[in-house]
Design a binder for this molecule. Sequence first.
Ligand code: GLU
Length: 622
Amino acid sequence: MHQHARRLTAVLSATSGLTLAVGLLVAPSASTAASSPSLAPAGAEERRPTVKDPTAVGKGGAISTVDPEASAAGLKVLKAGGNAVDAAVAAAATLGVTEPYSAGIGGGGYFVFYNAKSGKVRTLDGRETAPMKMPQDAFIDPATGKPYNFTPELVTSGASVGTPGTLATWDKALANWGTLSLADALAPATKVARRGFKVDETFRQQTLDNEERFAAFKDSKKLFLPKGDAPRVGSVFRNPELAATYDMIAERGPRAFYRGPLARLMSEVVRKPRTTNNTDLPVPAGWLTPRDLRDYKVRSQKATRTTYRGHDVYGMAPSSSGGTTVGEALNILERYDLSAMTPEQALHHYLEASALAFADRGKYVGDPAYVDVPVKRLLDDRFAAERACLLDPTKAAAKPVPAGDVTSYDGVCGPAAAKGTVDADTENISTTNLTVADKWGNVVEYTLTIEQTGGSGMVVPGHGFLLNNELTDFSTVYDAADPNRIQPGKRPRSSMSPTIVLKDGKPFLALGSPGGSTIITTVLQMLVNRIDLGMSIEEAIAAPRATQRNTTSVTAEPAFIAAFGPALTALGHTLVPAGDAFTSAAEIGAATAIELGPRRQMTAVAEPSRRGKGSAKVVDPR
Ligand code: GLU
């Protein structure tokens, strides 16, 4: 594309007096910023997009995120001739502004890319790493010799802050496959940070949910609780310090983050959290050093691949457990004709297959740079055949089910093994996910996070972004046999499951979701809904959700319990309503997806109601 491209210089006003020239590669002839129709100043509504359309159908490119500003930023890049990778980074950077409690440069994530030119799926692992000085007993309170409580000690702490990987991921994605420079891709987000966005109910509620944590840190309090209260719904929230941070990165590149004063500052606040005098929160200190930041590397790696009823399902390999767990569950499910079953029977199979795959996730999956992860075996159909021996079509198995033996299997049912163990789990509804497709046929599925909603609670002074608390994804207590034990430099096991599905070698569906370990089941359930249960992609995302992660009960949304509770209870399942310790939300996940149809038709979908709805857009509406 490069030799046919010419430079379109678009002007996106950024600071007062400062104007950023944004170069986008487009075809075919020269033009200037002022004459660029697609980047011309927008109308009043577009200046601060607030309208959320959960479905958009059309051609020429599509994007789906949880947020109208982020989707608008990505759409603008697509319209100006940028590709899916450019748009994904522009949208992700904007989510760092408008969804600062879920994502941003203080966190990490997983980027999955279908390259139309090569026909291959590639992935980037931008997961946070444990600081090199993190001890194996990091989560044991030295005062008591007992594990810290998850809340409040671990979640609001320096101890759980990992080396952030998000900025390095954006940089690498653009360098590998994009057409924009990092500076250009950041420009739309910088503008939103400076001119502000409209506060909605979700933003206000998430701020209120974090009030005590934010009030514990001077800088978090100043930014997110101005005048002592969460920003009001309808007010404009500006983050000039984040805009200045993005400007600095635009000018000097990722070095401005991973080296020098900002790297030193991040290390300082993690090692000596700057709490206010009057907080009761304990806030243990952490270990991040400038060296950890300097040495951070994004990992390029092979996607996981599973075939499912004529589809090729590509997912994220470890350090995320997403690809292997979704893949193993699909391999188990493929042995049954779900489409011929009643919905209740099919859902029973979905729940049981998920529990079996979760048992193996707990036993075998961790960071492959530190532990041997048997990815191939976990995704072997014969292994799935043996695991399916424990699935009784007429009755829920006693949970937890035991893990399988990946070292010896032959696909033949043997005597049932002993009972399994439950993985300690802290389910979250934080994190964010986005899906982009462009007119050339490239597709991006990207899940990024700062872990908990509000991350560690700590804003980096003067820089307008929160640090993650991703290291809480490690097992709390050290056990040498546990693949997810704490080790210096290691990535904690994730559940993020950005997934791209091909049919006949061409992209058919891309999807992903936030939700901690429920991400895996949300992606799995949507795939079953779409591929087996005859739902459209809009129906598949809207359908009520339930999640079985090898625990004694199934966590489910109220609508799921109302519809399927009696039939599933009769099969031996115990259903409990969703909701966690931090929020009152009785929902699971906040997915986005794009389905690609014949003749490059694109259906972009976002949540029609969960997490305050999402925003789907296409370049040329139908
Ligand atoms: N830390 C979680 C993971 O990597 C994501 C957090 C969330 O989605 O709430 O799986």
